[in-house]
Design a protein around this ligand. Structure first.
Ligand code: PLP
Length: 472
């Protein structure tokens, strides 16, 4: 008991800690409020540890220097940004939890150029009057898709909601039972429709819907025909869906519009890189679909955005809708989006410059070479601590796109003598920057497909730090 009291008395006071050498070093960088919080928390934590296990302490543990070091480390943690870069070694290209598409250099530069000062966001430089924010991407989107008009909102979920409500509020939208998609969390087609004041009219069966099913459902109440890309699942086997062109023909007989939610949407055909054939946005527009919506940050490889292209009249209805204002895209996103779209005017350039497309196109041979190089470096820096193998490993597109597609490649497989890769994975997540891989059969797999080449030295440093940590 006396020992406890003595230890507690020896705890440095908060104001002494704030005056100590480690804190004088931090003073210029870290706000005083965070320094104070860190000192208070550290002292409180030590107090509880002393009350719990006094025998674990010596007087030296409580000297001002060692307590100040601990508190300063905590202050640095408190000051670290919450949202920060992570190295994605999962091999999943559009990992929604890791921020989906990484942006191209051009997109990043555009954000910086446009948002550091002022811009012509809604200012017409020719006549000095008011301009339109959507004009910066509309022509590009029309060129790339063949559409008459285009607009953009915050994300594709918003685009679908807005398009549904602008075209069919108070009426019915006819959709196949095979396409009542749920896209992660709260985005479900039936619920989006309800939110937009549109009645759902389901037709067909889960596995098969025919044109005659749509025809039989058309009536007084019909507002539009909706087609939804089954992004994150596939109905395989005895199944059938109606092609967009056939729906367009039927809709035209009744003077109805067709809306297609393409989900990821692709501006260029990527079958040569092992992706299944999917209609591109241009093909969907050419089929006569009135409005096509797709995401900016899926396979397009840009910032989060919802792109809407189609007929001028339908796009005008969307733009004029009051809800459009609530979903309007900001200048940074718009800058990144324009810079992402421009290279698509030249397919080869898009494949070279847009990170998601580069990752998609990287050959298995190249991935294997990168694995060999990384393995050699790891052997030098982390030698005795870890066994490194190179395994065949597939990548997935992710982000709810192309669920059955597997991109063949290679990965590093790390195993530890004591088998505890969970602990290694946890240390890597806590590292700076955090590194995220995938655990499989007691091995930690690191897939270089989603690691930017310039991140490789950093990846090796992260591994060395985690493997050579003292508690390891
Ligand atoms: C991903 C997806 C959405 C949602 O798009 P966000 O840009 O994430 O809002 C909507 N519909 C389909 C079919 C999708 O695949």
């Amino acid at each position: 008991m006396r020992n406890k009291q003595t230890l507690l008395r020896n705890l440095p006071a908060v104001d002494k800690l704030l005056q100590s050498a480690p804190f004088l070093d931090l003073a210029a960088d870290i706000p005083h409020a965070l320094q104070l919080e860190a000192c208070q928390a550290t002292v409180e934590c030590l107090r509880r540890e002393i009350l719990g296990r006094p025998e674990a302490f010596t007087a030296a543990d409580l000297d001002i220097d060692s307590v100040a070091q601990r508190a300063a480390e905590q202050a640095r943690q408190l000051h670290r940004p919450n949202l920060r870069p992570v190295i994605n070694a999962t091999g999943t290209l559009l990992h929604t939890n890791l921020g989906r598409a990484p942006l191209s250099d051009a997109a990043l530069q555009a954000v910086e150029r446009v948002s550091r000062g002022y811009s012509n966001l809604e200012f017409d430089l020719d006549n000095g009057g008011r301009g339109h924010r959507y004009s910066h991407v509309e022509d590009l989107l029309c060129k790339l898709t063949g559409a008459e008009a285009a607009t953009v909102v915050n994300n594709n979920a918003g685009a679908v909601l807005l398009a549904l409500t602008a075209l069919a509020k108070g009426r019915e939208a006819i959709v196949s039972r095979g396409e009542l998609v749920e896209i992660g969390g709260a985005f479900r087609i039936p619920e989006v429709m309800a939110a937009g004041g549109v009645q759902l009219r389901e037709v067909g069966a889960t596995n098969k819907t025919h044109l005659r099913d749509y025809r039989a459902a058309i009536g007084e109440q019909t507002g539009l025909l909706l087609k939804v890309h089954t992004s994150n699942y596939r109905i395989v086997g005895f199944s059938e869906a109606v092609p967009a062109a056939d729906l367009v023909g039927l809709a035209a007989e009744h003077g109805l519009p067709v809306l297609e939610d393409l989900g990821s949407g692709m501006l260029i055909d990527l079958t040569e890189y092992g992706l299944p054939h999917e209609p591109t946005v241009a093909e969907t527009v050419a089929a006569g679909v009135d409005l096509v919506t797709f995401s900016g940050d899926k396979l397009l490889g840009g910032p989060q955005a919802g792109l809407i292209v189609g007929r001028r009249e339908a796009i005008d209805k969307i733009r004029r809708h009051p809800m459009a204002r609530a979903m309007r895209i900001d200048k940074m996103t718009l800058a990144a989006l324009e810079a992402t779209l421009r290279p698509y005017l030249d397919r080869e350039r898009a494949l070279r410059e847009i990170p998601v497309l580069r990752m998609l196109a990287e050959s298995a041979g190249n991935l294997r070479r990168r694995c060999r190089k990384l393995a050699a470096t790891l052997k030098k820096t982390c030698g005795g601590h870890v066994t490194v193998e190179i395994l065949a490993e597939v990548s997935r597109v992710g982000g709810g796109a192309l669920p059955l597609t597997e991109l063949p490649g290679w990965a590093l497989a790390l195993s530890l003598p004591d088998g505890s890769v969970e602990a290694l994975a946890a240390r890597l997540r806590q590292g700076e920057p955090p590194l995220v891989g995938r655990i499989q059969n007691d091995q930690l797999l690191l897939n270089p497909r989603t690691v930017l080449p310039e991140e490789e030295p950093l990846l090796c440093r992260c591994l060395a730090a985690a493997l050579n940590a003292p508690d390891h």
